[in-house]
Ligand binder design. Structure first.
Ligand code: FAQ
Length: 323
């Protein structure tokens, strides 16, 4: 005789087999589908961290909106920073389909318990930083995120399609800022080079730890959330940067960087992983400032949330009265 517990086991086995088949055949897993608990957890982890990165990532550039060198630059930068807010919203929505609430995610972020990309804990002291962020940070984001458009989880993959289109514009605007500076005065060229010197290494660290120190990669690749390893994407990014740096006339600050004919890949200097892990532990140059700013913005925005909730309540009441 089969007990109820055994029956649920049989059901889980069938469900697991269906899940495996969907993943194997490049079909999408949707919120209504059964999924292993570990798959759900991994997605919540990655998508929420990604959403937080977009929202915290507004701060380093927000720093320059009031000081952009022209009205046109200001309008472009404002549009870009607003795009990042939009990316955060699509991603929070995608994570919510997995059963976590937006409030929980926000609380985790402002309590300093959630991770977000290491890159956003560095300061932006000059206008050239807007160029370096666009070129390097958005450039790295595109290389990392284009494969995520094919992520096995439907809502994540679909959110990524639109995000990548916008990141592409962001990368070009950064490149164009640097190009203009490089065609300017000696001082402007120095400012552009200095910004690239400061952002280059942290942008390489965005791809995550080396493959042999990346605990999540193997399983995420089996589930077809990630399609390429951290090192493979880092290598692809550097390959993309080299010809663009030549056009800019900018030097990538790695004396060991050279193309290796034998391996068909770039040899590179060592990334400072101690610095990376320090930033992850909350000890980067701007971690405390970023979280404090987000917490304050959240508190100052309480009245907007209350007003929106009250408006929704009244609308629902009115709809009920009409019906
Ligand atoms: N920073 O085992 P793995 C943007 C953590 S958006 C902080 O390799 P996984 C747009 C990792 O979470 C940028 N933490 O992990 C923009 C894990 O910790 P956990 C964000 C990092 O998930 C531009 C641990 O280390 N992009 O730039 C970092 O397989 C301009 C072990 O690592 C995304 O989130 C890091 N750099 O691979 C916005 C893309 N790297 O959770 C504004 C989606 C690793 O076990 C302005 N995410 N960690 O405690 C991904 O592709 C992956 O999650 C990786 C990490 C590749 C980031």
């Amino acid at each position: 005789m089969t007990s109820p517990t055994d029956l649920s086991l049989v059901e889980d086995d069938d469900a697991q087999a269906r899940f495996d088949e969907l993943v194997a055949h490049e079909q999408r897993i949707e919120p209504r589908d059964w999924m292993p608990e570990a798959y759900r957890k991994t997605l919540i982890r990655q998508i929420s961290q990604h959403a937080h990165s977009e929202i915290i990532g507004m701060q380093p550039e927000g720093n320059w909106i009031t000081r952009a060198p022209s009205l046109k630059r200001k309008a472009i930068l404002m549009a870009k920073v607003q795009d990042e807010a939009g990316h955060g919203l699509y991603l929070y929505s995608a994570a919510q389909t997995l059963g976590i609430t937006r409030d929980t995610m926000t609380q985790q972020l402002i309590d300093g318990k959630a991770k977000y990309s290491s890159i956003f804990n560095y300061p932006t002291p000059t206008w050239a930083d807007m160029g370096a962020i666009g070129w390097l940070v958005d450039g790295a984001a595109i290389v990392n995120q284009v494969p995520l458009c094919r992520a096995s989880y439907g809502p994540y993959g679909r959110a990524m399609v639109r995000i990548c289109k916008e990141e592409s514009f962001h990368q070009r605007q950064g490149f164009e800022i640097l190009l203009q500076l490089m065609q300017g005065t000696d001082e402007q060229r120095e400012m552009a080079q200095d910004a690239v010197n400061r952002w280059y290494w942290p942008s390489l660290a965005m791809f995550g730890p080396p493959d042999d120190e990346s605990p999540n990669s193997a399983q995420s690749m089996k589930w077809k959330i990630k399609r390429f390893s951290n090192d493979a994407l880092r290598q692809r990014f550097v390959g993309m940067l080299v010809p663009q740096a030549e056009i800019l006339g900018i030097t990538l600050p790695d004396p060991e960087l050279r193309y290796n004919e034998e391996t068909g890949a770039y040899d590179m200097g060592e990334i400072d992983w101690d610095e990376f892990y320090e930033v992850l532990r909350g000890n980067g140059p701007c971690n405390a400032e970023r979280i404090e700013r987000r917490r304050t913005a959240h508190e100052e925005g309480a009245w907007v949330r209350e007003a929106a909730a009250e408006y929704a309540r009244k609308q629902a009441l009115r709809a009920k009265e009409v019906a």
